[in-house]
Design a protein around this ligand. Structure first.
Ligand code: NAD
Ligand code: DAU
Length: 350
């Protein structure tokens, strides 16, 4: 089996659902269920013996040791994190705790477990850390995209904590020989995305008739990747990636925020027209995020060249799918908005 941390969050849950659609290899899903964890996302796995859910904190060394000893995974895929930049500005402590201390604790537990494996199990084992392009800092308009050799220059408490996490992973490979893989991905979007992030926030607020807040002048650029493509890239890196290497993951979709918000409004105008006017009428420019990075862009050529991975979705196909998903899964995000999702504390097979 594989161990996934953070598998009740946006990307982790998409990964678990995709994995079990294509494989019978079981998943041990370890998640603390913070505000970002939602077992409702995994309800199709209720009663599925291939999915074992364990509510636990990655900072809890004893819990990590017990889970590893009991389930003997062949790989750890580490998604769990505090992930929202705005929250890291208002309250950085949780970010240091989970993203730095949590990764350290998991590495220590993983190292102890890995050290006791047989030689063949040891060489097959992988610790895959899911990271972000934000560790590379901010690009100017004409700078080349981030490559795997771009120096780290994190600017927010979130990206600094993820950079620290990546450095620890690197050190555990270099010092102890732990077979690690690190992926640095650009902005994801798609189903089950928590509506504090730009794309789901705009869709759900637009449908509720609320203002659509665009920070600053709306000209900041993000490089968007459909979450299913991120999941397929991680599977490819797990299968074929070279121990100790890092891989950038991206979809070559650089867009300004205002372009993204306008496109979402246009899709909603087409798929769920208002009785009068356009969703664009709800856009409001608001005070900028402090330290707001100007531009992220990923050069994903190494992953294509060395492991043969390419995204399947364009921004246009992925965004249309995403808007359609939010229109047809209203109860998922309405339960998030009402807080009802936080009452889900277990799946039947826990
Ligand atoms: P998310 O915030 O949606 O989910 C995080 C999950 O981790 C939640 O289920 C939460 O309950 C769990 N968690 C948090 N603290 C924990 C702890 N101490 N112990 C156990 N579980 C804990 O995040 P996401 O957007 O799915 O991101 C997943 C990973 O991908 C993160 O490492 C993030 O840095 C990285 N990433 C995200 C994006 C993106 O655009 N969302 C892009 C690149 C990389
Ligand atoms: O680049 C990868 C990163 O992408 C991940 O590592 C993070 O976990 C993930 O949250 C995301 O970070 P961003 O800060 O880029 O995502 P967010 O959705 O918060 O914001 C996207 C852009 O939209 C950013 O430039 C800020 C802007 N924004 C955001 C919100 C929430 C707005 O203009 N208005 C908003 O209300």
């Amino acid at each position: 089996m594989i161990l996934v941390t953070g598998g009740a969050g946006f990307i982790g849950a998409n990964f678990v659902l995709d994995w079990l659609q294509g494989s019978d290899e079981a998943v041990l899903n370890v998640d603390k269920l913070t505000y970002a964890g939602n077992l409702g996302t995994l309800k199709s796995l209720r009663g599925d013996a291939r999915h074992v859910f364990a509510r636990a904190d990655i900072c809890d060394r004893a819990a990590m040791d017990t889970l590893l000893a009991e389930h003997k995974p062949r790989a750890i895929l580490h998604f769990a994190a505090e992930s929202h930049v705005d929250r890291s500005i208002h309250g950085p402590a949780d970010f240091v705790q989970t993203n730095v201390v949590g990764t350290f604790t998991l590495l220590e537990a993983g190292r102890a477990y890995w050290s006791a494996l047989s030689p063949s199990e040891k060489s097959a084992f992988r610790f895959l850390a899911v990271s972000t392009d934000e560790v590379f800092g901010s690009l100017g308009a004409t700078d080349p995209q981030f490559s795997e050799s771009t120096p780290y220059a994190p600017n927010s408490p979130y990206s600094a904590s993820k950079a620290a996490s990546d450095h620890l992973v690197r050190a555990y490979h270099h010092t102890y020989g732990l077979p690690t893989l690190t992926t640095n991905c650009s902005n994801n979007y798609g189903p089950y995305h928590f509506p504090e992030k730009l794309i789901p926030l705009v869709i759900t607020r637009a449908l509720a008739g609320e203002p659509l807040p665009v920070y600053g002048d709306g000209k900041n650029i993000r490089d968007w990747l459909y979450v299913g493509d991120h999941c397929s890239a991680i599977r490819r890196v797990l299968e074929k990636g070279v121990s100790g290497e890092t891989y950038n993951i991206g979809g070559w979709n650089e867009k300004t925020n205002i372009d993204v918000v306008n496109t979402l409004c246009d899709l909603l105008d087409e798929l769920e027209p208002k009785s009068s006017g356009s969703y664009r009428d709800q856009i409001e420019f608001v005070k900028d995020r402090p330290g707001h990075d100007q531009r992220y862009a990923i050069d994903a050529r190494k992953l294509e060249r060395e492991l043969g991975w390419k995204p399947a979705e364009t921004f246009e196909t992925g965004l249309r799918k995403t808007v359609q998903w939010y229109l047809t899964h209203r109860s998922w995000w309405q339960d998030v908005a009402s807080g009802a999702y936080r009452r889900l504390e277990s799946l039947n097979n826990e």
